[in-house]
Design a protein around this ligand. Structure first.
Ligand code: OGA
Ligand code: NI
Length: 375
């Protein structure tokens, strides 16, 4: 008769062992989730399945229309423009309550947005042999194709592949970008950077600071384009496109196609962020919450897996720590002094961006790295 206790342990060991082995086998294909779908699977592999105990503590879904993510119209916001004061107030309110909003009339044309989505789709739909050349997990590169950045330290893998492109502060030479999307990536990047600077002015004013305060703090000095491909999923209710998380940057400008599935956590309920033609999604990241001393919040968000697809999205992360081969920016970020008073003491200690980034990566997706810096 086998000792049950011992037997249980060994079963657990086998399960754990298999999981590690399966993760590695999946990673080694360098073909991503799209590779699995192309091979014709009809059930998702166990590494993607969300554990039952996690599903049971699921927060509620608003499922109704009474909660709507703010959509802010940026026309007429030039300095002295009639709408500027009103728009600053809307951004201030959205940033303090949702940490996220959509923007329209932001100056990036629908043609450019469509071409960017098409370009990213073309990259992901190239033959696997071409994409494999870009696949890497260990060596930081300016151009990197990968499925699941947090593959080995997440409870379940996400139904998503990603192309990451470092753009600024130091622009790699154009030849480094994949030829299928090179031109549009460069032009989208220039436009989204300009928009990022405009948003920083509005956010500065929303905090009651001089317009150029946040730009001078170099909150938009660096940016990367993180270009996702979410293949159609045969069992969308058992996995996630992107697990719940906050972004590890100052702020993100997100371009999404018309498929949907993106949600934000608001008052402990998941609320859909519906695709709006011509709109971009803006969300604040952890570093913004830290420098604003909790005046503005970092939005918790996620992407559901979907029976239909592919869904394409491009997140432009504004931060300086993603170009790993550069000398790290040795600038300390803490709560902005002008926002502090006797009634509003600092809630965080100062930190280097790389300290924060290290903490974010080591905690894995979905665990707050911000708490680590809270006083
Ligand atoms: C992200 C993210 C959302 C999306 O890249 O951090 O949240 O719609 N992406 O892909
Ligand atoms: Ni995100």
């Amino acid at each position: 008769m086998v000792d049950t206790h011992q037997n249980q342990n060994s079963v657990q060991d086998v399960l754990d062992y298999d999981r590690q082995k399966e993760l590695k086998a999946f990673d080694d294909t360098k073909a991503g989730v799209k590779g699995l779908v192309d091979s014709g699977i009809v059930k998702i592999p166990p590494i993607f399945v969300i554990p039952a105990d996690e599903l049971s503590c699921e927060k509620s879904y608003s499922g109704s229309t009474h909660l709507q993510v703010p959509v802010i119209d940026l026309k007429d916001i030039h300095e002295g423009g009639v709408q500027r004061k009103q728009v600053v107030e809307e951004i201030q309110h959205a940033s303090a309550t949702w940490g996220l909003f959509q923007i329209v009339n932001h100056g990036i044309s629908e043609d450019v947005m469509d071409d960017m989505i098409k370009g990213i789709r073309s990259f992901h739909e190239q033959p696997t042999e071409v994409k494999r050349g870009y696949y890497s997990r260990d060596v930081p590169k300016n151009v990197n194709f990968l499925s699941n950045y947090h593959l080995y330290n997440a409870k379940s893998a996400n139904w998503r592949d990603t192309l990451s492109l470092a753009m600024a502060p130091v622009a790699p030479s154009p030849e480094e970008y994949p030829a299928v999307c090179r031109d549009i990536v460069i032009s989208y990047s220039q436009q989204v950077k300009r928009l990022g600077l405009t948003l920083l002015e509005l956010l500065s004013e929303g905090l009651g600071l001089r317009s150029n305060h946040l730009a001078e703090m170099e909150c938009a000095a660096g940016h990367s384009l993180v270009c996702h491909y979410y293949p159609a999923c045969p069992e969308p209710n058992r996995t996630m496109g992107t697990s719940e998380h906050t972004d590890p940057d100052f702020f993100t400008i997100l371009l999404q196609d018309q498929i949907g599935g993106l949600q934000v956590l608001y008052q402990n309920q998941w609320v859909d962020i519906p695709p709006v033609t011509g709109a971009l999604v803006v969300n604040l990241g952890d570093l913004f919450q830290l420098i604003s001393n909790d005046k503005f919040i970092s939005a918790t968000h996620r992407v559901l897996a979907n029976q239909v697809g592919p869904r394409i999205s491009v997140a432009c992360f504004f931060s300086n720590h993603m170009q790993k081969q550069l000398q790290p920016v040795n600038r300390l970020y803490g709560p902005i002094k002008e926002l502090l008073s006797d009634d509003n003491p600092p809630l965080y200690r100062e930190a280097l961006e790389k300290e924060y980034a290290f903490c974010y990566v080591s905690k894995g997706l979905g665990n707050s790295a911000l708490d680590h810096f809270r006083l």
